[in-house]
Design a binder for this molecule. Structure first.
Ligand code: ADP
Length: 485
């Protein structure tokens, strides 16, 4: 059964590959589903290896002219694209909610946030500064210039189908790279709408390409092994990131990886408890718990754990679960049946091992892939739920008694993306903040994402940063020139 997606501008619902400035059919198609209804929205082109290669060649052909523009010229083009993204924010949000399931309010937030990256990097295009180094030799001058790395590939996940793309392609194009986007098979529609708006904005043919595929393996192989590709930027699971890094290694590509997390959320007994509960709610239940920086393990000091658990479960049980299109929904469906199976397995395993569900703990009565907002206590550090990314609306509570114990438990994971810390003690903020082995630490806030700051992880959570001035450097190479007088 097919459902109609009502857009103000129906031209934004595209179903073909966007290569070299043209919409092209592929040999086959695959269906894109609305996770809230299980219905098909549209069938999109299913690219194979040869189409991926064509996209690389188109991007490579477009590169010399794009890189030859001044930063100011590229900025002007990106600003036109940004303006169109803002103008069509309502439709973009509708597309995201339809293919991914998040509440419309959150989808609008995602469009705003993703568009902010485009605006920021449009501005940064003019500021790809190099360096003049005081020379070691009176007869030589030393200069470093930043040049675009070349054709860049962005492989992106379904949880933020718009923003994860914006965060990669905006700095890439600002730096003077051309890009090929391979969006997630569950959510290709936002990427295609972005391509349509890029076309309307006058981004030159071949500078921005989108290749959609049901099975990412073949296309992914081509994109990570083709020698014309000089940069691979990936957001997704650590397992796939590892594979793509391996595939990229034969041709020594520059890689950025934004991988899984296992975020600790530490609440000390001197914290503002209301703020800590609110922060946990934002960090945990935003996007239905399907973000890589979601609080995965909530550590609460033993002196306050009872009160905290009570307040948190009260807040969680008041969340409204429903289709993203309903105005009052706080939590949408999980992305697909596999996700539901995973969350159910992790919670059932924890409960059978002695954890208690203060609220939730089961799939939601709405059926489909909806799951109840859940709070679990008495979770053990060895349970699967404490070691795997939950990616669902399930908070797990652990207790600790002192600072060192909290730091040790928080760091006991191969992941190192985001961590959170609630305390009013200034010394503790610095001590614990510096001791946490994570790329980002939110202190007394559950939300820290912004285009002006570097987002990214350490350890097995990734390499490289998105956002801030650091984000541009992911797409440039430093060239050192020694100039004899
Ligand atoms: P998630 O667990 O969030 O679905 P994945 O790592 O499976 O994350 O997927 C993230 C992105 O990586 C998606 O665009 C997906 O199509 C892509 N992907 C998955 N497997 C491969 C692969 N073997 N080669 C290239 N891309 C892949």
């Amino acid at each position: 059964m097919t459902e109609r997606l009502h857009l103000e501008d129906p031209g934004l619902l595209r179903d073909r590959l966007f290569i070299g400035g043209e919409w092209r059919a592929a040999g086959g198609t695959f269906d894109v589903f609305d996770p809230a209804t299980g219905r098909v929205i549209v069938a999109v082109a299913d690219a194979d290896l040869s189409e991926a290669r064509r996209a690389v060649e188109a991007a490579d052909a477009a590169w010399p002219a794009w890189r030859a523009l001044t930063g100011k010229q590229r900025a002007a083009t990106l600003k036109r694209w940004h303006a169109l993204l803002v103008t069509h924010a309502g439709d973009l949000a509708r597309i995201i909610t339809a293919e991914m399931g998040k509440p419309l309010r959150e989808a609008r937030g995602e469009v705003a946030s993703g568009s902010d990256y485009v605006e920021w990097y449009a501005e940064e295009a003019k500021r790809a500064y190099g360096e003049v180094i005081p020379s070691h030799d009176a007869r030589i001058r030393l200069v470093v210039i930043e040049q675009p790395v070349g054709v860049a590939v962005a492989i992106t996940p379904w949880n933020f189908p718009f923003a994860t793309i914006a965060r990669k392609v905006a700095p890439a194009m600002a730096a003077g790279c051309t890009v090929i986007v391979k969006p997630a098979e569950d959510t290709p529609l936002a990427a295609l709408a972005m391509a349509e708006l890029a076309r309307r904005a006058g981004i030159p043919a071949g500078v921005f390409n989108v290749v959609t595929a049901r099975d990412p393996e073949g296309v992914g192989y081509e994109l990570t092994t083709n020698p014309l590709v000089r940069k691979v930027s990936f957001t997704g699971s650590t397992e796939v990131g590892r594979l793509l890094m391996r595939q990229s290694s034969d041709t020594i590509k520059k890689v950025s990886l934004e991988l899984g997390g296992n975020a600790p959320f530490i609440v000390f007994d001197d914290a503002d408890l209301d703020a800590a509960v609110q922060g946990t709610m934002i960090s945990k239940y935003r996007n239905g718990g399907q973000t890589c920086i979601c609080a995965n393990r909530v550590f609460v000091q033993d002196t306050i754990v009872g009160e905290f658990a009570e307040r948190l479960s009260e807040a969680a049980s008041s969340l409204k679960v429903g289709a993203g299109t309903a105005d009052d929904s706080d939590v949408g469906p999980l992305i697909n049946p596999d996700a539901l199976t995973k969350v159910t397995r992790l919670v059932d395993d924890a409960v059978s091992g002695g954890a208690k569900a203060l609220t939730g703990g089961k799939p939601h009565d709405l059926g489909g892939t909806f799951y109840q907002p859940t709070v679990l206590t008495d979770v053990g550090p060895d349970m699967a739920i404490a070691n795997e990314e939950i990616f669902g609306p399930v908070a797990t509570l652990f207790t600790f008694s002192g600072e060192e114990e909290a730091i040790e438990a928080a760091n006991a994971t191969p992941y190192g993306l985001a961590a959170y810390l609630y305390t009013r003690d200034n010394g503790r903020i610095w001590r614990v903040g510096e001791a946490l082995d994570f790329g980002m630490v939110g202190v007394n806030t559950g939300l820290f994402m912004t285009e002006v700051a570097p987002f990214g992880g350490i350890k097995q959570s990734g390499i490289g940063r998105e956002g801030g001035r650091q984000g541009l450097r992911e797409y440039t190479e430093s060239k050192y020139m020694a100039i004899g007088l």
